[in-house]
Design a binder for this molecule. Structure first.
Ligand SMILES: [Zn+2]
Length: 401
């Protein structure tokens, strides 16, 4: 059965790891080579011509019946985080391969070619820089990225050279789009009791470091009214972040790391620092929320006689999914009798990089408890069966368009 085999293959692939006893696969390592060989075998069994491109991405190609009809890209990534689950990434590659196999078994030939891509780096585990594989395909790898080195001093450029000459870029080709099937990595589909969702946009994100500076002092000798305690200001700020995040749908705001300095039980903290992560699928809403939090932090600091330092570390814009491709996905969801759920993605995906190359769309599949980036990550094969039917219906609808 298709869906059960897809799930079993994800679990089989998860045994290929750089580390004993847990799943860890980084870009261009020995485990990635073995993973590409195994998935490449499954692609070949589905009738595809298989190659590895100049960036180490696995590519399975099913030619279309019309040489001028262009190519649709499907896929996701085959690398993982450290101590990963079996489905984040591989599900999208293996499910797309299964769809191609199914079409062949039913002797359906599509006018356009289908390329199933297994990207070699999405998580950025080795070089600390994400989307290397998909950025190479999109033709957006810049020189600074190529010079980034791993812990052993090997640069991205040197690692890529190992795959041979040439370029992985698909720029200039006639592409119909990129469609990625991925686990949701969150609990919303479970809460809505739905197997799949059509993704509306990938949220933009702002990260900042927020630092309050007051005056350290002796915890026993400085009276309360004479203190300038930075940790108390930070506590006010953390709760303000939660209130802001809850104030409007679609906004999430998180303080994931915080520290009071110097960090001794008998010292009033003179300095306190926190990370801030704010995401929304609408850039204006995110920017407004960040600006409001900055004002709030300044007000908290002023009220306590502290200094505030606010340093923005990263800001990435939201990526809208293509309406045309998304409507075809939604039509396939409706035809399968599944509820019409539309969700923004709070996490980044290869589709972010591919959106600079071609129209992109994504389908989320429910995962148990919303758990991801963890060995307990799991999907129900009944949900995967729905996702396979949706992807199959999408391909047939695109062929008719
Ligand atoms: Zn992923």
């Amino acid at each position: 059965m298709g869906a059960e085999q897809v799930v079993a293959r994800c679990r089989e692939l998860a045994r290929i790891s750089e580390e004993e006893g847990r799943l860890t696969r980084w870009f261009a390592g020995p485990a990635m080579a073995r993973a590409n060989a195994l998935v490449g075998r499954w692609m070949a069994e589905a009738g595809m011509a298989v190659r590895t491109d100049a960036a180490g991405n696995l590519v399975g190609r099913q030619p279309g019946s019309d040489a001028d009809a262009g190519t649709l890209l499907l896929g996701s990534h085959l690398d993982t985080v450290r101590d990963a689950g079996a489905f984040d990434g591989p599900l999208g590659v293996i499910a797309a391969t299964e769809c191609v196999a199914r079409l062949r078994a039913e002797e359906v030939s599509l006018p356009f070619s289908v390329d199933v891509l297994g990207f070699g780096d999405e998580e950025g585990l080795r070089f600390g820089t994400a989307y290397l594989g998909s950025r190479a395909v999109a033709g957006t790898l810049d020189r600074a990225t190529l010079n980034t080195a791993d812990d052993d001093g090997v640069t991205v450029g040197e690692a890529l050279a190992a795959f041979g000459p040439g370029e992985a870029s698909r720029r200039g080709e006639r592409l119909l789009g990129y469609v990625e099937l991925h686990i949701e990595q969150g609990p919303v589909l479970e809460q809505r009791d739905a197997p799949v969702a059509v993704v509306t946009a990938i949220a933009g994100a702002t990260r900042a470091e927020v630092r309050f500076t007051g005056r350290a002092g002796h915890a026993g000798t400085v009276p309360m009214e004479l203190r300038r305690d930075a940790a108390c200001a930070l506590a006010d700020f953390v709760l303000a972040v939660e209130v802001a995040g809850r104030s409007q749908p679609g906004l999430v705001a998180t303080v994931g790391r915080l520290a009071a300095l110097p960090g001794a039980p008998n010292v009033i903290p003179g300095e306190a620092v926190a990370s801030l992560d704010v995401r929304h699928a609408d850039d204006a809403a995110r920017n407004a929320a960040v600006a409001a939090l900055r004002e709030r932090a300044a007000a908290i600091a002023a009220a306590r006689g502290l200094e505030l330092a606010w340093e923005e570390r990263m800001a990435t814009p939201a990526v809208a999914m293509d309406p045309g491709l998304s409507e075809l996905l939604a039509a396939a969801v409706a035809a399968r009798g599944a509820p019409d759920v539309r969700l923004p993605s709070g996490a980044g995906h290869d589709a972010v990089a591919l959106s600079e190359l071609t129209a992109t769309a994504m389908l989320f599949v429910r995962c148990a408890g919303g758990v991801s980036h963890h060995p307990d990550e799991s999907v129900d094969s009944a949900d995967v069966a729905v996702a396979l039917d949706v992807l199959d219906g999408f391909l047939r609808r695109l062929a008719e368009r």
